[in-house]
Design a protein around this ligand. Structure first.
Ligand SMILES: NC(=O)c1ccc[n+]([C@@H]2O[C@H](COP(=O)([O-])OP(=O)(O)OC[C@H]3O[C@@H](n4cnc5c(N)ncnc54)[C@H](OP(=O)(O)O)[C@@H]3O)[C@@H](O)[C@H]2O)c1
Length: 255
């Protein structure tokens, strides 16, 4: 299996690379901006072969460079994991459209553009799979994370359609919606530091397992931890209760 993971230099992406490396016959393409991190991870994964591509996914030529690399190195792609993403907190009144724009550029546009550049190759490699890493915030919004939620709602909505469209081409499209996961970019310090809330914070390894289930495993959608689907369901059937429960804003920075 040839698998490409974006955002492989830390957190969920790195855990996914380690998880996939355990599958016999896997060859990995690791994508992110920090070359040293990717190089160290590729070395750690040996004997599983892994090539690296140090690239900013928001660059205009990023999708074409990724497609050229995969064509040249492998000539096929069995699994694309669109995982790279980030969050910058702020109310719309403080951070404005610019904050929405930068979230959309990385968390939505980049995933769509990379998928477009690789889709012909992924179809040629069918049966194959695409996994998009959205968020439970892609089903339920909170104050101060509206721009992040907008990008993840967009990603989740687009993925639902792509799932239906690509099935006829033998390409399975899965969606993973993590809740709170302690990583470099999302330390979840406020939750981790309190005994009362620590238990709701999940691990990158659990998300990596869900990515395998939503990709080669053929699952359409996975929340991590699983009970988070209740939050998404409640948002639809009990909207007033969810609004009351989420009235306390997310903290101003990702503490
Ligand atoms: N952790 C959570 O609580 C949580 C919850 C729900 C969803 N998620 C989603 O899970 C995904 C992974 O997040 P994580 O928690 O693992 O965070 P993380 O540790 O900060 O990892 C983010 C990854 O994205 C890469 N990245 C960021 N900007 C990039 C750019 N412009 N070009 C290329 N790569 C870029 C980073 O690498 P470089 O800095 O080296 O480029 C890094 O490898 C994200 O899509 C996030 O929204 C996370």
């Amino acid at each position: 299996m040839i698998a490409l993971i974006t955002g492989a230099s830390s957190g969920i992406g790195a855990a996914t690379a380690r998880r996939l490396a355990r599958e016999p016959g896997t060859q990995l393409v690791l994508v992110a901006r920090r070359e040293e991190r990717l190089r160290a991870l590729a070395a750690e994964l040996a004997p599983t072969p892994a090539t690296i591509l140090a690239i900013d996914l928001t660059d205009d030529d990023a999708p074409a460079r990724i497609a050229a690399h995969v064509e040249q190195e492998h000539g096929r792609l069995d699994l694309l994991v669109n995982n790279a993403g980030a969050a910058w907190r702020g109310t719309f009144g403080e951070a404005g459209w610019e904050n929405v724009r930068r979230h959309m550029e990385l968390n939505f546009d980049a995933q769509v553009r990379v998928t477009e550049a690789l889709l012909a190759l992924i179809r040629r490699s069918a049966p194959s799979a695409i996994v998009n890493v959205a968020s439970t915030a892609g089903r339920v919004s909170r104050a101060r994370t509206g721009a992040y939620s907008a990008s993840k709602f967009a990603l989740a909505g687009w993925t639902d359609a792509l799932h239906l469209e690509e099935a006829v081409h033998g390409v399975h499209v899965g969606l993973v919606l993590p809740g709170f996961v302690a990583t470099e970019g999302f330390p979840q310090r406020q939750l981790v530091d309190r005994r009362l809330t620590r238990w709701i914070v999940s691990t990158p390894e659990k998300v990596a397992e869900a990515i395998v289930q939503a990709g080669p495993g053929g699952r359409a959608e996975r929340y991590v931890p699983r009970p988070y689907w209740l939050a998404a369901t409640a948002r639809v059937v009990l909207p007033a209760a969810v609004r009351r429960a989420t009235r306390g804003s997310a903290p101003p920075a990702d503490l």
